[in-house]
Design a protein around this ligand. Sequence first.
Ligand SMILES: Nc1ncnc2c1ncn2[C@@H]1O[C@H](COP(=O)(O)OP(=O)(O)OP(=O)(O)O)[C@@H](O)[C@H]1O
Length: 264
Amino acid sequence: MNKNTKPTIIETKNLTIGYTSKKSTTVVCKNINMSLQKGQLIGLVGANGIGKSTFLRTLTRVQPQISGSIFLDKKLLDTYSNSQLAKTMSVVLTEQIASKNLSVFEVVALGRQPYTNWLGKLSETDMRMVNLALEQTNIGALKNKKCYELSDGQLQKVMIARALAQDTDLIILDEPTTHLDMYHKAYILKLLQKLVKETNKTILFSSHEIDLAIQLCDTMVVLTNNKVITDAPCNLISAKVFEALFPSDLIAFDTKTGSFRVKK
Ligand SMILES: Nc1ncnc2c1ncn2[C@@H]1O[C@H](COP(=O)(O)OP(=O)(O)OP(=O)(O)O)[C@@H](O)[C@H]1O
């Protein structure tokens, strides 16, 4: 399918993000105009401290924008009720899960909260969705383990399974590959790519793994000091966008391999 024919899932108009206190306002990024299409794997990249987490926290309504608008499925994000939002978007932020005493199954089942009654009793559909999420992330064998018994890579799969069990069109993850070794970074991002293909969900994640994101993403959002650029990785390479991401004294982007190299 031509990517231009896919409908938009999330769009920002003149969005300014940052932090407001009684005394002052700190702008992190201003006038972000971005449109992301459904059914894609989308990587958000940028240097340390540029504002990736702030951006994702704003898109997921964890913190308010300073100004401008966010549209989710063409509807203003601010107008969603909490329950509507929980059925449209699932979120995995960097904070560790509250209780590592829970079993893998119990954590994944938390994803069904928007659908269960106040007792939290799981219906047949809920059970089916939890088991499907465990299967899609290949962690069925771990389901009775306590989360404190898991490695960081296994825990990340559990958080992805919880988001899948929530059964939303959009999944947003902040740095899902932090603390993982090279193999597991690639494993998790490949898993996200597979899930997009199998389920036609949209997955937006932030990462410092620019080389991997270039290889696996349909679209990348690049945050720089003065603008936000959204395009297919090959177009971003041609436009020399990655060259401008970091100071050029230590590393350089190699257009041929699509990766960064240390200057000798
Ligand atoms: N609670 C806060 N109050 C004020 N400023 C903050 C707050 N949290 C973050 N910032 C500032 O906002 C800017 C963007 O931070 P953010 O964490 O969004 O960047 P990031 O791109 O996710 O960084 P990293 O890649 O290092 O995780 C930074 O200058 C940071 O100091």
